[in-house]
Every structure is written in C-alpha cells, then in structure tokens.
Write a protein that binds this ligand. Sequence first.
Ligand code: C2E
Ligand code: SIN
Ligand code: SIN
Ligand code: FE
Length: 386
Amino acid sequence: MARPEELEKRLNLLVKFGGLISTETNITRLLEVIAGQVQEILNADRCSVFVLDRQTNELWSKVAQGMQHTEIRVPFGKGIVGNVGSSGQFINITDAYQDARFNRDLDMMTGYRTSSILAVPLKDVAGKIIGVFEAINKRAGVFDSDDEGILQLMGSLAASAIENAQLYESLSKSQLETIYRLAITAEYRDQQDTAIHLRHISEYSSLIAHGLGLPEREIENVRYASPLHDIGKVGIADAILLKPGKLTPEEFEEMKKHTLYGAKILCNAESSLLQIACKVAASHHEKFDGTGYPAKLKGGHIPVYARIVSVADVFDALCMPRVYKPKWDPEKARDYILAESDKAFDPAIVEAFERVYDDILKIYSATDGRTTIIPGITKELHRHNF
Ligand code: C2E
Ligand code: SIN
Ligand code: SIN
Ligand code: FE
C-alpha cells in the first residue's frame, strides 16, 4: 500500500483528471489528455488508450507516446491489450517477455523494451467494452494493487468522456452535412464559389474563436454554425440578390431582411448547434458601435459567435468577387478589418483575427477548393456544377 500522502496526491490528481477530461470533446485530443494523465498519475513510462473499432473488431490507438502519429491496431483477443479487451479482466505483469500473450512486434519496430504492463478494460455504463488502457514500464518498481485500482477508476471516468466525444463527433458530422446542404441551397444563387466561401467562413471563424481562447467545444460550435449565417438569402428575390450593380436604398432594406429570414428558419430548432446558428444568422450584420442591422445591437449585446462570424464574413466577402464588386487583395481586406475595429467590429475579435491572420491567409491561398469541410460533399458539388 502507498503512504497516505501518496494516496492524497493521487486523489488530487484524479479530481484534476475528471475535470480535464469532462470538457474535451475532440476525440484525438481527449485521448492524448487521458494518456498523458495516466502516465503522470501511475508514474509509467508510456501510456496508450486503445479504442474498440466495432467495424473491424480491432483496438486502435493513436497516442502511443513517443511515437506520435502512429496508429497501432490490435485484433480483439490478441496480445495483452486484445486479451484485456476480450476478457474484460485487467492484466498486471512484471515482465512482458515472460508472458506468452505479449506480442513483441511493436518493440522490435521501435527498439523499445517493454517490461511491466498494467492494462485495464474501459467499459461503458452498461458494462460493454469500449477500449483498453495500457500503462507500460512503471518508473520505479512494478505496478501494484493501488495502481490497478486507480487505473480502473480512471477507466470508468474516461469511458464516459470517450463515449461523449464519440457521440459528439458523429452528431457534428451528420449535422454539419445537413447544415452544409442547407447553406449551399441558400447561397449558390449569388456566388459561384459558394462551397469555398462557406469553407472559408467556417475555418476563419473557428480560427478566430481559437485566437480568442474560447474552449474547444465553443470553437467547434462556431465551426459548424457559421456556414449558415446567410441562409436567409433564400428569401431574397433574384432581382435584388443577383443585381450586378449597386443596390438602391429600398433594395438594400429588402436585402437586410436576410438576417430576419435566417433567424426565422433556424430559431425553433432543438439542436443547440442550430440555436447558435440562429444567433449568428440574426446578428452577423450588427456592428459593435450599434450602427448595424437588423436590431442595432451594441457591443456585448451582440452574441460573441455573431461578432466572430461578422469579421470572418466581411474579410471573405471582400476577398471574393461578387456580382457587385471585384475581389480585393487580402492585405487591403485586412487593413479594412483593422480600420473598422471598435466601429463595425469588436476590438477583441479583431485582435484575435490578427493573431491567427497567417493561418487565415494560408487557407485563403489554398484556393484549389478541392478540400472543403466535408470532402465527400465537395465531390458531389463538382458533379452538379454548383
Ligand atoms: P456579402 O456580399 O456576403 O457581403 C457581406 C458583407 O461584407 C457586407 O455586408 C459588407 O459588410 C461587406 N462587404 C462586401 N463587399 C464590400 C465592399 O465592397 N465594401 C465594403 N466596405 N464592404 C463590403 P452588407 O453591406 O450588409 O451586405 C449584405 C449583403 O447584401 C451582401 O452580402 C450582398 O449579398 C448584398 N449586397 C450589399 N451591397 C450590395 C450591392 O451593392 N449590390 C448587390 N447586388 N448586393 C449587395
Ligand atoms: C500487446 O498488447 O501484446 C502489445 C502491444 C503493446 O505493447 O502496446
Ligand atoms: C471536422 O472537424 O470534422 C472537419 C472540419 C474542418 O474541415 O476543419
Ligand atoms: Fe449576411
């Protein structure tokens, strides 16, 4: 048994662990955080989180530390990890090379020498296996029964976070697809390059959200909700939307209604993502100084998502050709954004834009348009010649 102060330290680490993993919804980063934490708490040299792929019946891991970017796949029932997966029982061994179940291939490939291994199953609330935790080479001595208990405890904490992230990911993907299709029907009339514009809006907005230091979940929300900002343009007549020249004041009044139409289309949605999209559609033409439309909202009364998308939208609108104007050079568009700080735009958002400007420029410069938010959809777009 470990000493009381050692147990207390571990308890504190566990509490921290619970907090850290409960906010991360990106599966790759979640697994990285978990592996790093397990390594620290168990004082192990390496840690891997294996996730069960039900399609292939393999356990995969991307985060074998020290050999990043490598994906290991272990068949269910094979090796230490595969055995833990299929039996649902933990394995604690002091010398892997003495254990017939251990597969040395990985060590051969990497030149690593595995000796002690503690591997525990990750189970969902119903007790179904969703993966395996593996800690390798205890730094001092071997893994003891405290380690077994702690790793199992961390496993039960991590299992729900992993399931959550998996759910969030699949939800986002299908929602994103719907969103994308909706947005394209709304916008393809006035821009030939709708797919590129929407991808830019999505990526610029999420970069700015990142630059602002928003938490990961908010960044993802901005990424997925932003492409819908102009959905209300479906309600605008061609004679106005596609007018090659400048709009008359009356026409512009009509045009402004695209914000209200967008809000109407999206606002009763149950999905929290679409609720955010509704705020963005409603408020992306509000200005920080209160001179925008439709509600003349000012400063912090404008939802932060809309303040972000507003910068991304104007930057991209300026950089793209429109029926009513030629495209601007990105440096000129950037100067315009800077000049409008504290007028049209929130200075904090403009600062975030500046911080990520190099990344924005990279995305802008990659104009071949082959990769969009969903590659599968882009191919289809090309086929239909949107
Ligand atoms: P959009 O083309 O997507 O432009 C979005 C926003 O980018 C504009 O919002 C404006 O803030 C900024 N922007 C775009 N082009 C310019 C420009 O040449 N100079 C400056 N300073 N800012 C620019 P805004 O003005 O509220 O317009 C909303 C939408 O109304 C535009 O979306 C576009 O669809 C339409 N629109 C605006 N002006 C005209 C126009 O003169 N002719 C036509 N046909 N449509 C217009
Ligand atoms: C095994 O599970 O037998 C080897 C895989 C590893 O060491 O991670
Ligand atoms: C994704 O996160 O699923 C794709 C969004 C992107 O293209 O960055
Ligand atoms: Fe708009």
